[in-house]
Design a protein around this ligand. Structure first.
Ligand code: B12
Length: 277
């Protein structure tokens, strides 16, 4: 994790270095000390402070988020995705994250809405498949930037999950794994198109506290039943979660836990992380 000096963070926020030092001394921002006694602030702690206090950032490049300055302009997230404006998409998402919007809320709200609107466009426009792939990639880039800032402690509970075999959808699985990491779990995403045997193998070896499946593509009933049977057979105490547009196809007729939004997943993960502390 990158460490910032009080001067770096003060410049990023457009405040004086002495104010910044006062905030660290008052415990509003946690700082460590170098061997020489100088204050240092971890980047994730700086981001926490900014998000919780609503402090504006004037130089986001000093926090490794230069694109957050590219949020200017009236274009909506949908327009930026449709037009392939890579910096604009990252800027839109990062600026809202720095402004305090939780990742789960960004996923359930504006990102999901923009992708749904693109899906409608594609129905009528033959160039839409290219646009859908590119938009998926742009969302992944922005979420990956945030994903890289969460480092769960080695003793945090493990969450592990995937999309079913033949399900190509990248974004929902990546969102789920990022939301779980943001809630303080160690989070591993086996990705889309994962055979059930690979999930079984990973679970047997790594014994996660939470196992999730994100299903978006229509799923054959035999495969859905096999996934449901497997999740239902996990040891007591392991939380099994089914989500995604095709969640009902897997969970129908079972008592599996169906979770429809990233916000609910975040709440579940926060409880799981707190119980382990
Ligand atoms: C991008 C996209 C593609 C891309 C995928 C690229 C990739 N590698 O990811 C490509 C171009 C490959 C594609 C292909 C196809 N697609 Co498509 N695609 C989409 C699109 C536009 C966005 C999907 C997406 O990422 N959504 C964003 C996510 C975040 O939203 P979400 O899935 O609802 O997830 C939310 C919740 O469900 C929940 N959640 C999701 N996962 C999990 C997991 C857990 C644990 C929890 C708790 C919650 C949770 O949280 C999320 C945030 O709120 C959708 C439009 C739509 N309405 O979804 C169409 C859409 C899904 N596709 C559709 C179709 C028809 C197809 C094709 C059949 C087209 C074709 N003829 O080839 C193929 C099928 C591919 C296949 N093998 O099944 C239809 C599906 C209709 C249906 N239900 O049958 C849609 C709805 C478009 C439309 N309006 O018609 N597609």
């Amino acid at each position: 994790m990158r460490l910032l000096s009080p001067k770096d963070l003060a410049t990023a926020l457009g405040v004086s270095e002495s104010s910044l030092k006062r905030w660290t001394d008052a415990g509003r921002i946690r700082a460590t000390r170098t061997e020489g006694g100088l204050r240092r602030i971890a980047l994730d702690e700086a981001v926490r402070f900014i998000r919780e206090t609503g402090t504006p950032v004037v130089r986001p490049e000093l926090l490794d988020m230069p694109e957050a300055a590219d949020d200017a302009g009236a274009a909506s997230l949908f327009e930026r995705l449709r037009d392939g404006d890579a910096r604009g998409v990252r800027g839109w998402i990062l600026a809202r994250y720095l402004g305090g919007t939780p990742i789960a809320e960004l996923c359930d709200g504006p990102i999901r809405a923009a992708m749904y609107d693109l899906g409608e466009l594609w129905r009528h426009d033959p160039t839409g498949v290219f646009i859908e792939h590119r938009a998926t990639d742009l969302c992944l880039q922005a979420i990956a930037h945030l994903r890289g800032t969460f480092d769960a402690p080695a003793r945090a509970p493990l969450a592990l999950g995937c999309g079913p075999e033949d399900d190509p959808y990248l974004l929902p699985a990546f969102m789920a794994s990022t939301v779980l990491a943001a809630a303080g779990l160690r989070s591993v995403n086996l990705g889309p198109d994962t055979p059930l045997s690979a999930l079984e193998h990973a679970v047997a070896h790594h014994r996660p506290a939470l196992v999730w499946v994100s299903a978006t593509a229509p799923i054959a009933s035999a495969r859905a039943r096999a996934i449901a049977r497997y999740l239902g057979s996990l040891p007591r105490g392991t939380i099994a979660v089914v989500g995604g547009q095709q969640r009902a196809a897997i969970a129908a007729g079972t008592d599996l836990r169906v979770v429809s939004t990233m916000r609910e997943l975040a709440a579940l993960a926060t409880t799981c992380a707190a119980a382990a502390r």
